[in-house]
Design a protein around this ligand. Structure first.
Ligand SMILES: *Cc1c(COP(=O)(O)O)cnc(C)c1O
Length: 463
């Protein structure tokens, strides 16, 4: 299996090179050359597999012989031992047609652990087998940083530095980063905004000789390994529905920000999963909802909402979908992206818009509706959901089909966003693991929002 750039100007690379490349060197994103096809007989064979074994089967199609089956199995098993639920990602049935796929049982109580636990182990495997040092540098508005740190803390051959805006991430998110005291982790609390953090990262990566000599790698949602790992739980959810007696098609509702999670679902469907509608749920940052419903992709000012991990305007994985929408023609993608950078918008014709609308249904959820939905689910089902999950749930009510079974992806544990739940008097107790963080010593370094100073600090850390 080889991986190609959506912009077509990179020689095809294998799986491990694709993982190490992150973003394609021509500015595009990497996609598999062909999508493996899973037929009905294979689905039938896989339906009783454990989550780990299912991950093994699916990843094997994409990794092929670059990692031996037994090594791949060990990497996968190690990635999910830290999950608090035997099934890793259990499905909960709320009523005859509403199901919730709980993706938040990993170490940081958000779905990003499902992929980043694996990516951390994969990086460690690459460092070990190729004697390479891997230094990861990233900026986070909350969940990704904590999850990436958990994925690599204490691992041989890897160091990680995360920048985040001081005072602008949630209390729990900050604690999850700053209470880690492994020597290979550096947290820098930047006196500025998330945009400042991203700008600094860009500056540092733009310094090519610095980037090369310190072996810097990015951690963000565009890594192809993350997408592939996330496609597994769409299959897993389907099998649980089959076991609950459902036949035929189903829908999935996905709380969407960077388009990574929902793209993984799109990929699963292209692999042959009999999924009907993918419901794209956004908060008030509606760029993707507008694209689906009106055919226009155009960023606006970022709005602050109760689901901060979706407070995003430019969706970093969107280009992968554009590639398939353009019938896998990199020239068309290049032209669209050029237009986007020049004019600040992309508009597709009505033929393409029909295609988009057969792939997705989309709904935008206001701040009020988000909180109302949390209350509604709590009253109706005695089940508490976080604000990100609530966007997906509200979107089902808005654009889902009535009698089709629907899986709502639950991307965070409600206690992680207690500040929002408190507005409707629904803040619950913290889980034991989160409660324990409050009394731990903190390791963080406050920094001015200056690329030079942060570069000096990094050189010191990376030695
Ligand atoms: C990152 C995140 C999302 C959005 O996922 P994307 O892949 O960026 O679309 C949704 N919910 C939570 C809790 C997240 O951390």
């Amino acid at each position: 299996m080889r991986y190609l750039s959506t912009r077509g100007h990179v020689a095809p690379v294998g799986f491990l090179d694709a993982v190490m490349m992150g973003m394609a060197d021509d500015g595009g994103l990497l996609v598999p050359e062909t999508i493996p096809q899973i037929d009905a007989a294979m689905l039938q064979r896989w339906k009783d597999l454990s989550y780990q074994d299912l991950t093994l089967e699916i990843l094997q199609c994409y990794v092929q012989d670059e990692i031996s089956r037994s090594d791949l199995r060990s990497l996968i098993n190690a990635s999910y031992t830290g999950f608090r639920h035997d099934e890793v990602v259990p499905v909960r049935q709320l009523d005859p047609t509403h199901f919730v796929l709980e993706l938040f049982h990993g170490p940081t109580f958000a779905f990003k652990d499902v992929a980043l636990q694996f990516l951390g182990n994969l990086y460690a495997y690459i460092a070990r087998t190729s004697q390479a040092q891997i230094n990861i540098l990233g900026a986070t508005s909350g969940d990704t940083g904590a999850s990436a740190i958990e994925g690599v803390r204490g691992k041989e051959g890897i160091r990680i530095c995360i920048l985040y805006p001081y005072g602008k991430v949630s209390k729990v998110q900050a604690l999850q980063m700053t209470t880690v005291n492994d020597a290979n982790v550096l947290n820098l609390a930047v006196e500025g905004s998330f945009d400042d953090c991203q700008r600094i990262i860009k500056d540092l990566f733009a310094d090519v000789s610095f980037k090369r000599s310190y072996h810097l790698r990015a951690v963000n949602s565009i890594n192809i390994a993350r997408i592939l790992v996330q496609s597994v739980y769409y299959f897993y959810a389907y099998f649980q529905l089959v076991k609950a007696g459902h036949r035929g098609s189903f829908e999935v509702s996905v709380p969407t920000g960077n388009f990574g999670d929902i793209f993984a679902g799109y990929l699963a469907r292209r692999m042959g999963l009999p999924m009907d509608k993918l419901i794209l749920a956004t908060n008030e940052n509606r760029i993707l909802e507008r694209f689906v419903n009106q055919g226009v992709y155009q960023p606006a000012e970022v709005r602050k909402t109760y689901s901060p991990s979706m407070d995003i305007q430019v969706a970093s994985n969107f280009e992968r979908y554009l590639y398939y929408l353009s019938e896998e023609n990199p020239e068309v993608v290049r032209e669209l992206m050029q237009r986007f950078h020049g004019e600040g918008r992309i508009e597709v014709d009505c033929h393409k818009r029909r295609q988009v609308q057969s792939d997705f249904a989309a709904a935008r959820v206001s701040n009020e509706t988000c909180l109302d939905t949390i209350v509604d689910y709590h009253e109706r089902y005695g089940y508490l959901i976080d604000p990100h999950t609530a966007c997906a749930a509200a979107a089902v009510e808005a654009v889902g089909s009535e009698r089709t079974p629907t899986v709502i992806l639950s991307t965070a544990h409600p206690a992680k966003f207690n500040e929002a739940l408190a507005l409707r008097n629904l803040a619950g107790p913290y889980p034991r693991e989160i409660e324990a963080l409050f009394s731990k010593p903190k390791f963080e370094k406050r920094m001015a929002a200056s690329s030079e100073e942060i570069q000096r600090e990094l050189i010191h850390f990376l030695g």
